[in-house]
Ligand binder design. Structure first.
Ligand code: MG
Ligand code: MG
Length: 276
């Protein structure tokens, strides 16, 4: 097959999987949404400290998103196991909470970690990113958890290039985390993103035989939200807290979550939520 025919055939294969490839213009619109998300998360890093509540953080995030003319993507999202639609702009997940924590009057204390996940739609296109912030000084092991989870995201981004199968990236992320004696969460994965926050494909952070039918080839103009979720102990999780929204670790140990929205380019990767 010629190079052109080959690239046409991988593009078709992606489209057959329901994956919506983006135009250059659409990727720029997603970058604009990503800049708003990046601005929110940067402000959260400045504000999150001992004595601050997660509802205060959410209020600032809502203001910043509204000022930018954006729409908070998480507000109103429904989830089959939850008792009501998600009520806030941010997911704020503290310590053993992995994702989907509802901002509340919980006061952050020295030694806590809080994962802050933010999604924004601007001019019809979405950006999604998350970071986990240490409150004051955290234990050595929890500090390592944050470094390893962020490191897994950096590793994945460094491996994204056209022609590579996602399974190769997922296996590397999993090996990187497991070498540290930590566990990659199975029940939640990254996702395609575009006009909608959740599009095809599913983007797991681990790999096993059961995942084989989900594998896909990275193709230019594919946009993915890559989001490793790592637990210090077991990879098992369950639901708890207000409205059964928060996902918590099965053994009560700490979890961390980092995420970027990234576009596959003709020769590598373009991170859309790093503020550039
Ligand atoms: Mg997110
Ligand atoms: Mg996401």
């Amino acid at each position: 097959m010629s190079r052109a025919a080959e690239s046409e055939s991988v593009t078709r294969a992606a489209q057959n999987r329901g994956i919506i490839l983006k135009s250059r213009r659409e990727i720029e619109l997603m970058r604009n949404a990503g800049r708003v998300v990046h601005g929110v998360l940067s402000r959260m890093r400045e504000l999150a400290g001992p004595g601050v509540t997660t509802i205060e953080l959410n209020a600032v995030a809502e203001e910043l998103i509204a000022e930018a003319g954006g729409v908070a993507l998480f507000k109103g999202v429904e989830n089959p196991q939850a008792r009501f639609p998600f009520p806030a702009a941010l997911c704020t997940s503290v310590n053993e909470e992995l994702v989907h924590g509802i901002p509340s009057d919980r006061v952050l204390r020295e030694g806590d970690v809080v994962s802050i996940d933010c999604g924004v739609r601007l001019k019809g296109y979405c950006g999604d990113s998350a970071t986990t912030i240490a409150i004051g000084t955290v234990s050595k092991r929890v500090g390592r958890l944050l470094d390893v989870t962020n490191g897994a995201l950096d590793l994945a981004i460094s491996l994204v290039r056209p022609g590579r199968m996602w399974s190769e990236v997922a296996k590397e992320m999993q090996a990187f985390v497991e070498r540290e004696g930590m566990a990659v969460v199975r029940d939640f994965v990254g996702h395609g993103i575009g006009r909608e926050m959740h599009e095809e494909p599913k983007v797991p952070n681990y790999w096993d035989r059961a995942q084989r039918r989900l594998d896909f080839e990275l193709v230019p103009n594919m946009v993915l939200a890559v989001e490793p979720m790592v637990n210090l102990g077991t990879h098992d999780v369950s639901y708890s807290g207000e409205g059964r929204w928060a996902v918590v670790t099965g053994d009560g140990q700490c979890a961390a979550h980092f995420e970027h929205t990234v576009a596959v380019t003709s020769n590598g990767v373009d991170v859309l939520t790093d503020g550039n």
